[in-house]
Design a protein around this ligand. Structure first.
Ligand SMILES: [Zn+2]
Length: 182
């Protein structure tokens, strides 16, 4: 019977060698740090959608490279920095990680390699990695594409109001005088 794959306890090497794909939905409440970024209760957060894929990349004259591709997204209510009302931001993360044998190799590669390097583990917590990536992908300045209409009171621009034509009480009075027969 095949072992059930658990994103919180991933054997990265066998996951990659077998080319496994694992995907699912998690509750935002299970991502405590991400859940803290949620604004208000007006808008509902969506589920955390995630996908992990393991793969190996053959190397000439060396061991295969071990890779993990991560994709995740969540619809998260945040506060629009323009109108200060809630906005549902779609936060999306996509990154590939290369796994190496140990910390020393990772440290040595960290300066020269362009890719993200992690250390191989038989009990790797990919769920935390998914949350980390979503936190990194959070918009710095959440904004509506188009802010909702404001309520009429606050939509009145004072300058606009001043410039708007309005019957001048003295003018009305003057009109009355002119119009008054002698
Ligand atoms: Zn807005």
């Amino acid at each position: 019977m095949e072992k059930k794959l658990d994103p919180q306890h991933l054997d990265v090497l066998s996951f990659a060698r077998d080319g496994h794909v694992l995907q699912g939905q998690g509750a935002l409440a299970d991502c405590l740090r991400l859940d803290e970024e949620k604004y208000g209760d007006v808008l509902q957060a969506g589920p955390v959608l995630w996908r992990l894929q393991g793969r190996t990349v053959p190397q000439s004259g060396g061991a295969d490279q071990i890779w993990l591709d991560l994709q995740a997204s969540v619809a998260l209510p945040m506060q629009c920095q323009r109108c200060l009302t809630p906005v549902l931001e779609t936060v999306q993360a996509e990154r590939s990680f290369r796994f190496v044998a140990d910390e020393a190799t990772a440290a040595a590669l960290d300066d020269e390699a362009e890719e993200d390097i992690l250390v191989l583990s038989r009990d790797f917590d990919a769920w935390t990695l998914i949350e980390d990536e979503l936190i990194l992908a959070l918009p710095l300045v959440p904004l509506h594409e188009v802010c909702p209409e404001k309520i009429p009171m606050s939509a009145v621009d004072p300058e606009f109001e001043a410039a708007a034509e309005r019957p001048n009480p003295f003018g009305v009075l003057a009109g009355l005088k002119t119009g008054t027969p002698k």
